[in-house]
Design a binder for this molecule. Structure first.
Ligand code: G3P
Ligand code: CA
Length: 258
């Protein structure tokens, strides 16, 4: 609450001095407010609802397939509990990851990354959040390199080793390091690491955004993506702070509020 109030005060301070600027909207785990997260239904709905990009979380399965899921195990969204990294994809694909959200989504399967590639429209982007460690990267590189939508793909991860090695393997791929706090790394350290590794920018919890952070990022010519904003008032403050992209579970609703 305190963080929200601080952000609100900052917004009031800056909003009279800024002009409108279009932020990109990133549908978080697809249009996950309505459809079951990280499914093809959620990805397609995210694009239908006008998001410039859709974000999905991915893991490497035991049989080395890249599959979409947020949690380390399938318990929350798939009923039975399997650790994704220790399970073959045919078992994971047998799970219904739609019913927990709404019976009308019964039968939704955990999608393979290459299936998600097929539903990305021309001119839109897919933001791939790697939840595994760097062991996923040779397989990701192979899929990305042979994909016809290579130039529409973006890499993000909280794991610094993943984004570092990902950028080395796929220098053409816009890459953003995810940060949930500045406890381990200060703003200055994060900016320095992003520049040293040729990242396009940082993807941060929206509570971390304030004028001094924006200034440091702009001076370093780094882009700012924020997650996960489901509050229109907060989104307007972030718009006025001129972040580049806003990640939300509710793409159409949030944009209407901007
Ligand atoms: O887009 C970044 C955001 O998705 C990170 O948080 O837990 O929802 O994956 P999480
Ligand atoms: Ca994510």
């Amino acid at each position: 609450m305190l963080k929200h109030q601080t952000l609100l005060l900052i917004g009031i301070m800056v909003c009279n001095t800024t002009i409108g600027m279009a932020q990109e909207i990133v549908a978080h785990r697809g249009a996950s407010y309505i459809a079951p997260e990280n499914t093809l239904a959620a990805v397609e709905l995210g694009f239908e609802l006008g998001a410039e990009a859709v974000e999905v979380d991915v893991y490497l399965t035991k049989d080395q397939k890249i599959i979409a899921l947020h949690d380390r195990t399938t318990k929350r969204t798939g009923g039975a509990e399997y650790a994704v990294a220790e399970t073959d994809s045919d078992v994971l694909r047998g799970l219904d990851v739609g019913s927990w959200k709404d019976p009308k989504y019964a039968g939704e399967k955990m999608p393979f990354l290459e299936e998600i590639f097929e539903v990305v429209p021309e001119g839109r982007k897919l933001v791939i959040e790697v939840k595994s460690g760097p062991e996923i990267l040779p397989y990701l590189e192979e899929l990305v390199t042979k994909s016809s939508i290579r130039d529409q793909l973006v890499l993000i991860s909280f794991n610094l080793d993943v984004v570092k090695e990902g950028k080395q393997r796929m220098p053409f791929m816009p890459t953003y390091w995810l940060l949930g706090s500045f406890n381990q790394y200060s703003i200055a350290e994060a900016v320095k690491i992003a520049k040293e590794n040729n990242f396009e920018g940082l993807d941060v919890n929206y509570n971390l955004v304030n004028p001094s952070f924006v200034k440091a990022m702009r001076e370093a010519e780094l882009e700012i993506i924020v997650y996960t904003v489901n509050d229109r008032e907060v989104a307007r403050i972030l718009r006025d702070l001129k972040v580049d992209a806003i990640t939300t579970d509710r793409p159409e609703w949030l944009r209407e509020g901007l």
